[in-house]
Design a protein around this ligand. Structure first.
Ligand code: UGA
Length: 439
């Protein structure tokens, strides 16, 4: 079977190496020559746990190219282009349409177009029409998490395939051949129509975002009545109807997916003349959660941070990624700089720190372009000369750090834990002033 994967970025590369690993020969098509050259020499263009080894192992099955015409005569063409959000919160389909227009000039057979990008209802139908209603179009949304993307590809909770109503059996069979890999692995493959598959992706992300926001709201009440949110959450996890995932009260969700997809879904409701109060509130509460948390800092220091050096642990939106998109750490660092504090940062992911360094170039304060930020090389380095710590990353490696030493280094011996990751009793035994989300 000849398979092409067209796109840029995350899903594109992971989809490519996954297909190559399970034995298919892949044409991986991206518009950018420099990216393709890098990939040809076995260097991934995105950071993802385990990707480099997998790319090098599977390269012999992949033909990296910028030539979209090479996708002609493919049995399947996976489309994995970006779908950012425009200024009105709508999903921006520019890249999808552009790919469709390019393909239109290229397709010569019955190539099946599979849309993996996150797209709102009717996009698959739009693509079908754009391609002259000749080539089958299939919706196949992706549920991978950054950092765990490879694991998610090999052991997904489900595969969703959305077909045109009354789609030919040959098309369905061809798709099932690709996902045959899961046939003995108890992975459910759900076949639906286009719109259902499109909606499933948004509904899944919006539900997880709602779960997080729910526990964040409960944490606010916990703070007021001196209940401990960690114990509240633990008791909820024990109820198997509720489940133990995505119920951590922290500083709000970030990343390139939840914020964008929640907003897009609100927009999709509005487009249908329906309001949706829950999601609007989820979005608002998530935005305000970081300021809610920062109130603990302002209250403790009577808003006087001028001259303080604050150690912020974590810059990425979640552990072991280099991705700073919608990272709450950036919001916190900006608030601290505006309050004339000095900030020292560290993240275990060196690429995240590199990206952060680039980001800081835009943060010049106006005083001879002085940026009051120091990027530390190690966790302990960051504690030197600092007054207190704000924790913004749920990276468990923190637990192995030497908190005796940190207690000596930190001038104020105060920790604000935005990810409730440290153990309050351990912190209190070390005489830290320890504050967290939810008490
Ligand atoms: C998310 C979904 O989990 C994937 O299933 C989906 O495929 C992906 O979006 C996508 O649409 O492409 P991802 O953005 O990589 O994946 O990250 P998550 O692990 O879901 O975390 C998102 C944010 O929620 C992070 O900022 C994390 O810190 C936060 N979070 C997570 C909480 O605040 N509380 C929790 O209990 C869990």
């Amino acid at each position: 079977m000849k398979i092409s994967v067209i796109g840029t970025g995350y899903v594109w590369l992971i989809q490519t190496v996954w297909l190559a690993k399970i034995g298919f020969s892949i044409q991986a098509i991206d518009l950018f020559e420099d990216k393709i050259e890098k990939l040809k020499s076995g260097i991934p263009t995105i950071y993802e746990n385990g990707l480099e080894a997998l790319l090098q192992e599977t390269m012999r099955n992949i033909h990296f190219t910028t030539d979209i015409a090479s996708s002609a005569w493919s049995d399947i063409i996976f489309l994995c282009v970006g779908t950012p959000q425009d200024e009105e919160w709508k999903t921006d389909l520019t890249y999808i349409k552009q790919a469709g227009n390019d393909l239109k000039k290229t397709l010569i057979g019955n190539e099946i177009i599979v849309i993996k990008s996150t797209v709102p209802a009717s996009t698959n139908a739009m693509m079908y029409e754009l391609l002259g209603s000749k080539n089958p179009v299939v919706s196949n949304p992706e549920f991978l998490r950054e950092w765990l993307a490879i694991e998610d590809f090999f052991t997904p909770d489900r595969v969703v395939l959305g077909f045109k109503d009354g789609e030919k059996h040959e098309v369905i069979d061809t798709l099932m051949e690709v996902y045959w890999y899961f046939s003995d692995k108890w992975v459910p493959i759900l076949q639906t129509n286009w719109q259902t598959a499109e909606l499933i992706k948004y509904a899944a992300n919006a539900f997880l975002a709602t779960k997080i926001t729910f526990i964040n709201e409960i944490a606010r009440l916990s703070d007021s009545i001196w209940a401990d949110i960690n114990d509240v959450a633990k008791a909820l996890w024990m109820d198997h109807r509720i489940g133990n995932k995505f119920l951590n009260a922290w500083i709000g969700y970030g990343g390139s997916c939840f914020p964008k997809d929640v907003k897009s879904l609100i927009h999709q409701f509005h487009e249908q003349g329906l309001g949706w109060d829950i999601l609007t509130k989820v979005d608002e509460t998530n935005t305000s959660q970081v300021d809610y948390f920062m109130k603990k800092v302002w209250n403790h220091y009577w808003t006087q941070l001028n001259g303080k050096t604050i150690w912020v642990f974590g810059v990425a939106f979640k552990p072991d990624t280099d991705d700073l998109r919608e990272s709450k750490a950036l919001v916190i660092i900006n608030r601290l700089i505006k309050a004339w504090a000095m900030v020292q940062v560290f993240d275990y992911n060196a690429k995240a720190l590199e990206n952060f360094e680039k980001y800081t170039y835009g943060l010049a304060t106006g005083i001879r372009n002085f940026i009051p930020i120091v990027i530390s090389k190690t966790f302990l380095d960051m504690t030197k000369n600092a007054d207190f710590l704000i924790l913004t990353l749920e990276d468990k490696r923190v637990l192995d750090e030497d908190f005796d030493m940190i207690a000596n280094n930190l001038k104020d011996k105060t920790i604000f834990d935005g990810k409730n990751i440290l153990h309050k009793d351990v912190m209190k035994n070390l005489w830290f002033e320890y504050m967290w989300v939810g008490c």
